[in-house]
Every structure is written in structure tokens, then in C-alpha cells.
Design a protein around this ligand. Structure first.
Ligand code: GBH
Length: 448
């Protein structure tokens, strides 16, 4: 890798971070009275996870957080993005906080602060308590209220030392893949009937912002997964399909937060279950806007009898990651996406934080030597360069976060996809930094 050319393209003052999520790294699903989430049900059901794995032991960060923090300190990141497991804090998804569950995060926060790293937790990274799913999950308005109560408990427990919070991670993934097509927990296949889960997650975000601000939080925001959508051709059918996909993937989640209104969703034959006051709560100006970015999406019109009117197709003329042809590598599309957000939302757009960016490539399960992951280095360097281009174009980007610190449990793909800067042997939990870890460390050091 050409470090020198990369260094020229680093935006001055950008903060650096790396991310993980509770269910993907913690393991220890039965420890200390932890309750069950929809992901426990999903991984314990036969045939749901590609390699039959169940997230254990994996990185086992519940028992090895000290190792994670030592790695983060060595990396030199300003912040660490991790997530808090609702069912460790409230095993049943309601009621009093579990002292043992909170104690894990309490210590994690203290240890991060001792290491000079700002803790930046996500309050919800997909692990809904099963009891709430039984009552309708994110289809039920009540789940948003319950989330607000859980957030208040977390803030009571660690809010004296945590000032920066992500509320909900990628509501789009939960809606479309969790409730729409069933690829992620809870594995329901409701297609467009899943859309009320958008509103209830955004409402949950609104309740969380209110609860955290009441407690004195300094910075609160949602983190949406965005993709740059392009039509497969200039045909009217493809352009219409791409517009619908953009609405469904991007605008339906960004507009309410940033403008206080849903876009016109009549094409999907539904209206959001909005009540008076909801949109004011949802659009309380966030302190930052979190953007997770992996790839652009090329959309073609689907055949007339298809259940949905659009179809993702391979993006022409670009390389692909370990996930295959629907996951192209196209860094300029990140610049274009950030510019589009700025153009579309103008003053309503707060400073941007890149909450996740990264890639998985085939790598060995057992590391016998340092993994020379030059394709990951190239991916990260090019995307940081794309952020620099956006900053040059006048976009306010404050922070960049690599997904992920560690190889971890990649949801329905189990342990088959490796996104880490650090290799993890998923049976021994042994951690081995990859070449990309050194590269990121040197990059960060060069900016200090
Ligand atoms: C995010 O999901 C999640 O927040 C996170 O938990 C997850 O582990 C991470 O992305 C990685 O998947 O890197 O080009 O091979 C977003 C949905 C679906 C995006 C798979 C990345 C693979 C693209 N992810 N996709 S690539």
C-alpha cells in the first residue's frame, strides 16, 4: 500500500474510531442472567445461519474486553463504538435494570476512559428482547416506549461518564431484512407490511434523544445505513425502480429525522402510523447524523409478477468484496452520497459521522501468520480518501469509523465473513492484528 499518497488525503481534524456490536462480539449468552433477544431465537433455530454457528464463543468480549481495550489503545483511536445489549440491562425488556448486566458496561466504560478512549455506545444494534417481539416487536408502537425506558436506565447507570450516544443502528436493515424479507431476525416476511417498523424505530430514536438530553448527554444521533442508488439503465422503468428503492432504503429513514416529514409513500400503498407529536419528537435536531456506508446499489425494474418492483443487480465495471457481486467496491460513490445528502437536506443536516465502513474478504479461520489483508487496506484508504473529497466539497464530516475492530459474528452469515482489523479465531477467541491494523494505527498516528 502507498501510505504516502493515502496520508495526503486525510481530512485534517477528522476523529478516528472502530466499531463492534454486542451480539456480534460478546458471546456469553447465558452469563449473569442475560435475557434472550430475537437474535438468540434466530441463531438457535436450525437453518437460519449460514454456517450453523450461534455467535459463541466468537470474540467472547464479555470475558475479554480488556484485550479489546488494549488493542484500541494500541490503535490510537479517539473513540470506540460498541453497542449495549438490551437483554443484559433488562433481561425481559421491561422492568428494573439488572445490576450484573449493567456492571459489564460500567466497567467497559471505566476501562475505556482509563485508556484515554471516548466511549461512544449504540443503544440498539438489532437485539430486541424476545418478550417484546412476542408483543409485536417493532410493529408495535409500545416497543418505542419500552425503548425509551431502557435508555433511561442505561443513562442512569453510565450517563455520568458517557456523553456521546448512537440511538438506533440501521433501522433500514431491521425493517427490510428483519421484517420485510426475513434474512435477519426476527425473520419475518411481511414485505411492505413491515413498514410500520420504520415509524416505531424512529419514534424509539426520538424517545431516546429526549431521555438522553434530559440526563445531560452531549451528543446524540441516529445511524442510518445509506447506499448510493443508481438505475441499471436510462430506461424509465429502471429509473422509476431506482427511485422507489432510494425512497425505501434512504429517504424514508432520513427525511423524518432531518425534515420532520415522511416522503410520499403512496407507491407502497401505505401510510405510516403517525400520531400527533411523533414527528416533532423524531425530528428534534440530532447533534450529528450517523452514516454507515459499504457500497452503492444498482437497481433494475423487476419483472411484473415479482413481489417487489425493483431488483438489485451487479454494478458494472467495479471489483467486489467477499460478499459477492451485489457488494461492489466503489469509493467515489461515498463522496457522491455525502454530497447528495448535503444538497438534499442543506442546513437541516448536522455534522456527519461515518459510523461504519469496511469490507470482508476471504481469510483463513486459523491465523498461522499475520494476515496481509491488502485489499482491506486498499478499501479503507480509498474510502477515507472519498471522505476527504467530500470534506473538500464543503461537507462537514467529523469522524470516521472502521467496521470492525474484530472479526465477529456476521449475523445470518455467521462466522463466514471477516470484517476485522484484528483476526479472531472464532473457536479459541484468540486475537491477531492483521496488516490493516498496523496500517490504520500508522494513519492515525500520522494525523496527531
Ligand atoms: C452493518 O450492516 C451492520 O451494522 C453490522 O452489524 C454488520 O456487521 C456490518 O454492516 C457488515 O455487514 O462489505 O462490501 O462485503 C449493513 C448491512 C450487509 C452491509 C452486508 C455490508 C456486505 C458488503 N451489511 N454488506 S461488503
Amino acid at each position: 500500500m502507498t501510505d504516502a499518497s493515502t496520508l495526503l488525503r486525510v481530512p485534517p481534524g477528522l476523529r478516528w474510531s472502530a466499531a463492534t456490536a454486542a451480539f456480534q462480539i460478546e458471546g456469553a449468552r447465558a452469563a449473569d442472567g442475560r435475557g434472550r433477544s430475537i437474535w438468540d431465537d434466530f441463531v438457535d433455530a436450525p437453518g437460519r445461519v449460514r454456517d450453523g454457528s450461534n455467535a459463541e464463543p466468537g470474540p467472547d468480549s464479555y470475558h475479554r474486553s480488556a484485550e479489546d481495550i488494549a488493542l484500541l489503545r494500541d490503535l490510537g483511536v479517539d473513540r470506540y463504538r460498541f453497542s449495549i445489549s438490551w437483554v443484559r440491562v433488562q433481561p425481559e425488556g421491561r422492568g428494573a435494570a439488572s445490576a450484573a448486566g449493567l456492571a459489564y458496561y460500567d466497567r467497559l466504560v471505566d476501562d475505556l476512559l482509563d485508556a484515554g478512549i471516548t466511549p461512544f455506545p449504540t443503544l440498539y444494534h438489532w437485539d430486541l428482547p424476545v418478550g417484546l417481539e412476542a408483543d409485536g416487536g417493532w410493529l408495535a408502537r409500545d416497543t418505542a416506549t419500552r425503548f425509551g425506558e431502557y435508555v433511561a436506565l442505561v443513562a442512569d447507570g453510565i450517563g455520568d461518564r458517557v456523553a456521546h450516544w448512537y440511538t438506533i443502528n440501521e433501522p433500514v436493515s431491521t425493517t427490510l431484512q428483519g421484517y420485510g424479507i426475513g434474512e435477519l431476525a426476527p425473520g419475518r416476511q411481511l414485505l411492505f407490511d413491515a413498514l410500520p417498523t420504520v415509524h416505531h424505530q424512529l419514534l424509539a430514536h426520538g424517545h431516546a434523544v429526549a431521555a438522553l438530553r434530559a440526563q445531560g448527554a452531549a451528543a446524540v444521533g441516529i445511524v442510518n445505513n445509506h447506499t448510493l442508488v443508481r438505475p441499471a439503465s436510462d430506461s424509465e422503468a429502471d429509473r422509476t425502480a431506482a427511485g422507489l428503492y432510494d425512497l425505501l432504503h434512504n429517504r424514508m429513514f432520513a427525511d423524518p429525522v432531518l425534515t420532520g416529514e415522511y416522503p410520499d409513500l403512496s407507491a407502497f400503498g401505505m401510510e405510516m402510523p403517525v400520531r400527533e407529536g411523533d414527528l416533532a419528537l423524531i425530528s428534534a435536531r440530532p447533534d450529528f447524523y450517523g452514516v454507515n456506508f459499504y457500497n452503492p446499489t444498482t437497481i433494475a425494474a423487476a419483472p411484473v409478477d415479482a413481489p417487489v418492483p425493483f431488483e438489485p443487480v451487479a454494478t458494472p465495471r467495479v471489483e467486489h468484496t467477499g460478499f459477492g457481486e451485489l457488494w461492489p467496491i466503489d469509493p467515489p460513490s461515498l463522496t457522491a452520497l455525502l454530497v447528495d445528502l448535503h444538497t438534499h437536506y442543506g442546513e437541516a443536516l448536522p455534522p456527519i459521522i461515518i459510523g461504519e465502513n469496511g469490507a470482508s474478504f476471504p481469510e483463513p479461520d486459523h491465523a498461522t501468520a499475520v494476515i496481509d489483508d491488502e485489499r482491506r487496506i486498499a478499501y479503507l484508504a480509498a474510502h477515507i480518501g472519498a471522505v476527504a473529497d467530500a470534506v473538500d466539497a464543503g461537507i462537514d464530516v467529523e469522524e470516521y469509523t472502521v467496521w470492525s475492530l474484530l472479526d465477529n459474528f456476521e449475523w445470518a452469515d455467521g462466522f463466514t465473513q471477516r470484517f476485522g482489523l484484528v483476526h479472531v479465531d472464532q473457536t479459541t477467541s484468540e486475537r491477531t492484528p492483521k496488516a490493516s491494523f498496523d496500517w490504520y494505527r500508522n494513519l492515525i498516528a500520522s494525523t496527531k
